[in-house]
Ligand binder design. Structure first.
Ligand code: DAT
Ligand code: MG
Length: 150
C-alpha cells in the first residue's frame, strides 16, 4: 500500500489537549503506532529542530520543549498521513492557520503553536528514528484496514 508514517508531537501537556489531538487523527482513520510522554533532553531537542539551528528562535524553542513539561511523542500511520497531518495541524503561524485545524482552533502565537508534525518523508524518517526505538514501533493491522478499500 501507499501507507506511510509521520511523527507528531504536541509540545506540552500543560494545555490538556492531548486527548483532543489524538482524537483528530483517530477520527480521520489514521493508526496510532506509538505514543509516549517524556521531557526531551537538550540533545534530543536540538537534534529534532536541527534544521532550524540558524534561526533566531532556535534557542528559545529548545529551551521551551526541554523546560520540564512533558511532550507527547506519537507516530501515526496511514495513507498520505504526512501531508494530511500537516493539514490537521495547520499553518505554522496560528494566525494564518485554518480555524478547523488544531493550531487554528487552540493557538494564537507562533512560539506556542502547540504541536509538531513531520513536513516530509525524510523528516518523518529522521524524527521517528530519533524519538523511538524499533521495538517501540510495532507493525499491526486494524480491522478497518482489512475491510476498507484503499
Ligand atoms: P512547523 O512546526 O509548522 O513545521 P517550523 O518547522 O518552521 O514550523 O518551525 C518549528 C517551530 O519553531 C514552530 O512550530 C514554532 C517555532 N517557530 C517557527 N517560526 C517561529 C517564529 N517566527 N518565531 C517563534 N517561533 C517560531
Ligand atoms: Mg517543522
Amino acid at each position: 500500500t501507499d501507507s506511510e508514517r509521520s511523527f507528531v508531537m504536541p509540545d506540552g501537556m500543560s494545555r490538556q489537549l492531548v486527548g483532543k489531538i489524538v482524537q483528530r487523527f483517530e477520527e480521520r482513520g489514521f493508526k496510532l503506532v506509538a505514543i509516549k510522554s517524556l521531557v526531551p533532553s537538550q540533545d534530543l531537542a536540538k537534534e529534532h529542530y536541527e534544521d532550524l539551528s540558524a534561526r533566531p528562535f532556535y534557542a528559545g524553542l529548545v529551551k521551551y520543549i526541554t523546560s520540564g513539561t512533558p511532550v507527547v511523542a506519537m507516530v501515526w500511520e496511514g495513507k498520505d498521513v504526512i501531508r494530511q497531518g500537516r493539514r490537521i495541524v495547520g499553518a505554522t503561524n496560528p494566525q494564518e492557520s485554518d480555524p478547523g485545524s488544531i493550531r487554528g482552533q487552540y493557538a494564537v502565537s507562533v512560539g506556542r503553536n502547540l504541536i509538531h508534525a513531520s513536513d516530509s518523508f525524510d523528516a518523518a524518517t529522521k524524527e521517528i528514528g530519533l524519538w523511538f526505538t524499533e521495538s517501540e514501533l510495532p507493525e499491526y493491522t486494524l480491522n478497518l484496514e482489512r475491510t476498507n478499500a484503499t
